[in-house]
Ligand binder design. Sequence first.
Ligand code: UD1
Ligand code: CA
Length: 459
Amino acid sequence: MIKFTTIILAAGKGTRMKSDLPKVLHPVCGRAMIHFPIQVAESAGASEIITVIGHGAESVKDELSDKKVSFVTQEEQLGTGHAVMVCKDAVSDKSLPIVILCGDVPLFTKSTLEGFVQSHMTEKNSVTVLSAEVADPNGYGRIIKDGDEILKIVEEKDASTEEKQIREINSGIYCVSGDFLFEALDRVGNINAQGEYYLTDIIKIGREMGRRVGWTTINDNLEIMGVNSRKDLAIAEKAMAQRVLDRLMLSGVTIKDPDNTYIDIDVNIGAGSVVYPQVSLESGCSVGKDCIIETGTVIKDSLISDRSHIKPYCVITGAKLGEDTTVGPFAHLRPGAVLKNAAKAGNFVEIKKATIGEGSKVSHLSYIGDADIGSGVNVGAGTITCNYDGKNKFQTVIEDGAFIGSGTNLVAPVRVGSGSIIGAGSTITKDVPPEALSLTRTEQKTLPDWTKKKNKEAK
Ligand code: UD1
Ligand code: CA
């Protein structure tokens, strides 16, 4: 493997995003954009990764706090050349080639990077530019060539009408020999349309210094697409989403309608699982093998174990589901919801900070909050844990094998002993011992012929 250093430019403001969030922190498939070039550099074996930060420096640093990268702050954004220049002291081994990437180019891949560095080395270049032939070169620096020789790069704003016709553009990705880079940057001035120190000037300077200057062209232009606006962000999101789905499908997951399925990049799904349309699986969620996730379900920060079946239109956040569980349709599992193996949370059931034990069922129209339910429990339709008195939250415990009749209110703190039965419609305020029957119904009163008499009187 070729050793190289990476510098990632991420100090710019990203004005066109119209956002308070630094551009490189906007997420693509659930991951802040800045992570993508870092991950590519890491996986290609970069020996050092230096990130140039400026706008929103602290938030960018926070986002990358667990990454093995070093930071250089560019106090004033005086141009891409200046941004690299400020890294001079941070580069520990200047004999290595330096790969320059941009923080706002999320679709660039490891294999392209490897091939690029390889060709820089093979051709013994001092600087190699990654170029692309595009349909609309607007906004990009143009590659000015004489035959096969690259002469210079001209920025859009400095280009003549003739130069603007050129459709071969600068991707903003370079591989530069360390010894050459900083010597060349010393010679870069800022006499141009934007009054900036352009990194692109090192091409012309390289030629003047008699160095070998080369280029390679990328096949897939999407890879070098820079995200400058929210429109670009949506394009990047779509392309990244397709990669995520392709990876999952190749690993044995059925995605019924890839155009209408949204899965974040860090989500794992086991082989044999089936994902229906309009499903959103967001960051921090993991789905086991042979699961079924039906239409309209949104899952975030949750673990769904093997063979679980999530029926349509469920919202699941911060929950942990064991194997063979069944959820929904229309269930809401909130943070701290735990379903043990083979447990069920049926339609219109909301569960928060509560454990539903193995094989237990909460099948219809219930709210279970701050509760610990044992195994083999049946919670009847419309049962509510009254966990909140307006100030504090209290715990409900239902022991193994208990049967809670429909329409029960469990006024916490309260405990229902194992094997007990609660009669339907009860309001339980006191603990129930094991194997008891408890009910709080008032006796039913029936007045025969009551309506018949009323109707007669009315005539
Ligand atoms: C740059 C190139 C252009 C190329 C295009 C590809 C220059 C002069 N131009 O233009 O040839 O076609 O990228 O996308 O290099 N940045 C800093 N500090 C600065 C200025 C910029 O860190 O002082 C960072 C930005 O955050 C961004 C990257 O450098 O990540 C590129 O800067 P940007 O202003 O977007 O350059 P372009 O005008 O797109
Ligand atoms: Ca740009």
